[in-house]
Design a protein around this ligand. Structure first.
Ligand code: BV8
Ligand code: ZN
Length: 244
């Protein structure tokens, strides 16, 4: 086993407060596309046309179609060894948090309990008029642009995700920032580290002198502050970090 992997494993096993911060790369080996790579979603679709409040106002039908397709894919795929390794850390560390930018629900399906979904969850929707929430993995909403199932409301439903220009849930963000500012080890997995405010998380951990471990086949915006850059796919690297 490589020296950096052994050292990273040691830092993880010694950590009293362990934070895992993930992005699209951890789900790539499950078959969920990333965003900013050559074969990523933003190569085919413009973020401004699908992932902004304006895009939804202009063309709710197209936006819904896009999210339904992505939801169907997220339901079809399975967590991979990277997600399972993260869930194993939680068994060994009492003070533990996963802060994910992913909306695919795969951390929860892999058994992680303490998860903050910074950008929402594609399995849920809510009414733009009365905020009524629906879990689509249980009830499929009908119509090209579904309307609120609550009697008499008729408001438009939207996916429960955070679009560009929208505020993240202030409570979730504050909790992640607080945890990052206090942790002694932060594992960053599969993110380009370009989307803010989420990308602040590893920098807050660094400021607290936490050991930063970056798992990614390519260097990212986080790599310059990493103590250990473990180059490779999460599904291969992460299981090597789990203590037997
Ligand atoms: C806000 C959810 C304020 C829905 C997403 C200029 C400068 C700085 C900031 C800004 C700016 N202009 C605008 C902003 C703000 C903007 C922002 O950060 N823009 C950036 C891009 C310039 N942020 C916002 O708008 C945020 N809100 O600021 O609100 C506010 C305040 C008050 C009141 C009102 C508003 C909201 C951002 C949320 C955006 N939502 N999507 C959906 O998915 O449909 S963003 C999208 O990017 C995804 O959610 C994703 O989670 C996120 C991050 O991407 P990554 O996960 O990192 O994915 P990426 O493709 O980039 O990278 C993949 C990585 O994986 C690569 O490094 C690759 O090498 C690696 N990889 C590949 N294979 C593997 C692997 N790693 C491991 N294993 C592998 N096998
Ligand atoms: Zn409603």
């Amino acid at each position: 086993m490589d020296e950096p992997i052994l050292k990273a494993r040691d830092a993880i096993s010694r950590a009293e407060k362990l934070l895992v911060f993930t992005g699209a790369g951890i789900s790539k080996e499950s078959g969920v596309p990333t965003f900013r790579e050559a074969d990523g979603l933003w190569e085919k679709f413009k973020a401004e046309d699908f992932a902004t409040p304006d895009a939804f106002k202009r063309n709710p039908r197209e936006v819904w179609k896009w999210y339904r397709e992505r939801r169907a894919l997220a339901l079809k795929v399975k967590p991979n060894p990277g997600h399972y390794a993260v869930a194993r850390f939680e068994e060994a560390h009492e003070d533990f948090l996963v802060a994910t930018q992913n909306i695919d629900n795969l951390h929860t399906r892999a058994g992680s309990k303490n998860v903050i979904e910074l950008h929402g969850n594609i399995m849920h929707s809510y009414c733009m008029k009365c905020s009524h929430k629906v879990d689509e993995s249980e009830t499929e909403l009908e119509g090209d642009v579904p309307t609120c199932p609550k009697e008499g409301c008729n408001g438009l439903m939207r996916p429960k995700v955070v679009w560009f220009g929208e505020q993240l849930d202030p409570h979730d963000l504050e909790r992640s920032f607080q945890f990052a500012s206090e942790c002694d080890c932060c594992i960053v997995i599969g993110t380009s580290g370009l989307v803010y405010p989420a990308a602040q998380i590893p920098f807050l951990a660094r400021r607290n002198d936490a050991t930063i471990i970056d798992v990614n086949p390519e260097p990212s915006a986080i790599t310059p502050i990493a103590d250990y850059f473990l180059a490779g796919p999460a599904g291969q690297i992460m299981p090597q970090l789990v203590e037997e």
